[in-house]
Design a protein around this ligand. Structure first.
Ligand SMILES: [Zn+2]
Length: 455
């Protein structure tokens, strides 16, 4: 449903709508609760892979599709069994940043821009990664940005400002025990920090061959001083791709008999889109798709795992204007260098337009794969906090409740020089999926395994 409101009562309407949003948001979030339940009593081997394309709107996916498989085909992520649209507004504004959006997905609570897993009033929010740790699952965070950047940070730390890298680093080194951390951000770790990490059992790797050779269960990979190189300039010998890092992380995390939580971020789709550089954005989105293929391949063989692919927000207001694409598409039999050349040629055969150098409040994609999603209705509109709820309820073997939302658009609103529209939550539960078989057997196996390991 789309409601268009045009009147000089706009201010009242907006306030009302924001209040409705807050009330409903609280009601919906109450489903999650800031959990203090005895998690340890729940024992299963369920795993979650959450993949976030930073800044990846529907048209970024479309652009990647045009280049990688052709206009009439579908990417692997588009072919998954379930797809929704996701609203991304934060608790206060229409346009979110990565910190508020990642906090919503990691904790089930909306906050304001810049906050890392805390509410505007400073209350820390338990994250899905911390829940996984309480359940003795292995955990991993993988990104092409600095590992301290807003998205990964929101799953493992609690910080008042996303820019407080000293505090984020301190928490990672002193308080957080994420098993696998792969990305950039080397310059933020002092030699003392790195020594502390080694003393805690981490192996530290800095290049692709060291990563691929590694087998230990605790791994810190720092492949750049700040963000990792864009895919368009990546050195294929020295620097792992997002797909390489994803595959390695899954392989290590899979060794835990109690399952795992892994968040993988294609972090630089956003950066290329801020600069309105279609080749940068497109190749980052394609690299994200290649990482998705690694995860899909794993999940198809592991019925105790779900895969969720989404974005934190759209960046750039990207649209595809026209194209004159030829028939040559990348092939697995070609070298990486050949495929990169083909991709760049194809990007240049597509004309795009951008509406902004910032983020937008467009809805973003959600694709999912896994046993609980079988036979679910696609094409619903959900909220980014619902992603936490789905993951939380999956781990705790609860019913997975999908809340179909209604987009209420109030437009046009002139704010500064930008015309914006507002997405507000009104919601009704339109589908309930009862969950699966018990995993008691796996639980017994896990305890037996631990017993054996301790002998
Ligand atoms: Zn951004």
């Amino acid at each position: 449903m789309v409601i268009v409101v045009k009147s000089n009562r706009l201010r009242i309407s907006l306030i009302n709508l924001l209040l409705i949003s807050l009330i409903i948001g609280l009601l919906v979030n109450d489903h999650n609760g800031i959990s203090t339940s005895p998690i340890k009593t729940t024992c299963n081997d369920y795993s979650i892979i959450l993949m976030i394309g930073d800044g990846m709107g529907f048209n970024h996916v479309k652009l990647a599709r045009y280049i990688e498989v052709g206009k009439d085909q579908r990417l692997t992520m588009e072919n998954l069994q379930l797809n929704f649209s996701v609203m991304t507004h934060n608790v206060q504004q229409l346009v979110t940043d990565s910190a508020a959006a990642a906090t919503a997905m990691a904790t089930g609570y909306k906050t304001i821009n810049g906050k890392i897993a805390i509410l505007p009033n400073g209350i820390s929010l338990p994250t899905i990664l911390e829940l996984a740790q309480e359940m003795d699952k292995a955990t991993g965070l993988v990104t092409t940005t600095s590992i301290l950047h807003a998205t990964p940070a929101s799953f493992m730390t609690h910080v008042d400002s996303r820019n407080d890298y000293n505090e984020i680093t301190r928490q990672i080194v002193e308080e957080v025990e994420v098993d696998i951390l792969l990305g950039g951000g080397k310059k933020y770790f002092s030699s003392v920090h790195l020594e502390t990490m080694e003393n805690k059992g981490y192996s530290i790797v800095e290049n692709k061959s060291a990563l691929l050779a590694h087998t230990s269960r605790k791994l810190l990979g720092l492949f750049a001083d700040s963000h990792m190189d864009y895919e368009i300039t990546r050195n294929y010998e020295l620097t792992p791709s997002l797909a390489d890092m994803t595959q390695k992380a899954i392989k290590i995390l899979d060794q835990n008999p109690n399952g795992f939580f892994l968040m993988v971020e294609g972090g630089r789709i956003d950066h290329g889109s801020h600069d309105n550089e279609k080749d940068l954005a497109a190749l980052e989105a394609i690299e994200f798709e290649l990482a998705v293929r690694k995860a899909v391949s794993y999940v198809k063989k592991h019925s105790n795992t779900i895969l969720i692919i989404t974005a934190d927000h759209e960046t750039g207001g990207l649209t595809i204007v026209s194209d004159n694409l030829n028939e040559t598409i990348p092939q697995s039999s070609f070298t990486e260098e050949q495929n990169r050349t083909i991709r760049i040629n194809r990007v240049n055969q597509i004309e795009v337009a951008w509406s902004t150098g910032g983020h937008t409040n467009q809805t973003v994609p959600f694709f999912a794969l896994g046993e609980p999603f079988e036979n679910l209705t696609s094409n619903l509109l959900i909220d980014n906090t619902d992603i936490f709820t789905i993951m939380h309820d999956y781990y705790l073997e609860k019913e997975i409740v999908i809340i179909g939302r209604t987009l209420v658009v109030v437009s046009p609103i002139k704010a500064s020089t930008i015309i914006i529209s507002i997405s507000i939550v009104t919601s009704c539960i339109i589908w309930i999926r009862t969950k699966r078989k018990t995993k008691q057997q796996a639980c017994i196996f896990s305890q037996q395994q631990r017993h054996n390991e301790s002998l």
